[in-house]
Ligand binder design. Structure first.
Ligand code: ZN
Length: 359
């Protein structure tokens, strides 16, 4: 099946960053991608990956590709002729060397589990590659998966002991932190299997919620359809994680974009009830009131954002100015427009409006 897909040719629209196991990111582009992309993965690696997924009841919905001499393993999401494809790319020699150094077969399994963790956590969707927090999530997943497969904690940590950089880099955390993340995942799995009966009550859906959040954030367009999708995905995020403050606020933002002000108000209020100092949510609340032509309330909530937010935003002043204008208060409107211009001097619409009002 792999060969069939790739016979059609994989054309990669732009270069994207991949999440590497350690050290550095890799930029993949059509020219730079492993020339052996069409080759089949080794049976061992694929078997390991299937085992990991079976433990978690998941389907294998990515391609596993062997790529010699990259001395690393990567998770990456590439756009091809048939749409986006998720890859796990690994260097067999690299896995073998780590395995020998670690003196356990679990080493390569844990590296592959780590890469699966990147895909399951939707880390490859933003195209920016590794970041320390992503690495820790993927490490935690690999610890979790290895416990489920029957590895001891030492076996789960063996690869990291031998491959992880001792010091933190811009993309990868220090080895000690990564070992802790693996231990955390491993311990979580161990405690879950002990409390098997309570499993459904104790499940933590945070990673699902984050996945939907990132899915929404990855949308680039500004059409109505794009906004509807954003609202739906942020809705999924709060469904899985009912205290996901940023997801409520973002939902409010795009409901405002869609002109669904009553709904936006409800979401903004949810965000504020979770965190009364979340000033971005007050802006969305004010926007909703403005949309419903309740300018007094709009001024009230823009004011809360203006008084508290650091740094202040020109947009809040401008929006409050238009609320004042709608109430016939030119003096306050002019003062706010001037403040908006102070913060963003090149804002031509505001410059024009100000000239018009002062005429
Ligand atoms: Zn990684």
């Amino acid at each position: 099946m792999l060969v069939l897909l790739l016979n059609g040719g994989v054309s990669i629209a732009q270069s994207v960053e991949a999440c590497g196991y350690y050290g550095h990111n890799a930029k993949f582009s059509k020219e730079q991608i492993c020339p052996q992309l069409g080759f089949e993965s080794s049976e061992d690696a694929e078997k390991s990956i299937r085992k990991i997924l079976n433990q978690l009841g998941l389907q294998m919905n990515f391609l596993v590709v062997q790529c010699s001499n990259i001395n690393n393993a990567f998770a990456v999401n590439l756009e091809g002729d048939i749409g986006h494809i998720r890859y796990i790319i690994y260097d067999e020699g690299f896995l073998e060397r780590i395995g020998m150094k670690s003196q356990t077969d679990w080493a390569s399994v844990s590296i592959l589990a780590h890469e699966i963790g990147h895909h399951l956590n939707a880390h490859t969707l933003d195209g920016v590659g590794s970041r320390p927090e992503k690495e820790l999530d993927a490490d935690e997943f690999s610890g979790f998966a290895l416990n489920r497969l029957g590895a001891t904690l030492e076996e789960a940590q063996a690869a990291m002991q031998n491959a992880g950089g001792e010091k933190a880099s811009k993309t990868h955390p220090a080895r000690s932190d990564r070992l802790n993340a693996i231990a955390h995942g491993w311990t979580n799995a161990a405690s879950l299997s002990k409390k098997y009966i309570d499993l459904s009550r104790n499940l933590d859906y945070t990673s699902y919620a984050k996945m939907w959040f990132e899915k929404a954030r990855a949308i680039r367009g500004v059409s109505e359809g794009d906004h509807i999708n954003r609202v739906a995905y942020y809705g999924k995020a709060t469904e899985y994680k009912p205290d996901y403050t940023a997801a409520y606020r973002n939902k409010a933002k795009y409901l405002n974009e869609l002109g669904l002000y009553k709904k936006a108000l409800i979401e903004a209020n949810s965000a504020i009830s979770l965190d009364k100092n979340y000033w971005n949510a007050y802006t969305e609340k004010a926007r909703a009131y403005f949309g419903m032509e309740d300018y007094q309330e709009a001024v009230k909530y823009y004011s809360i954002a203006i008084e508290n937010r650091e740094p202040q935003r020109a947009g809040d002043y401008a929006a409050r100015a238009f609320s004042y204008l709608a109430m016939g208060d030119r003096t306050n409107a002019i003062a706010d427009l001037e403040e908006a211009l102070n913060l963003r001097p090149q804002w031509s619409i505001i410059q024009q409006k100000l000239t018009e009002l002062k005429r």
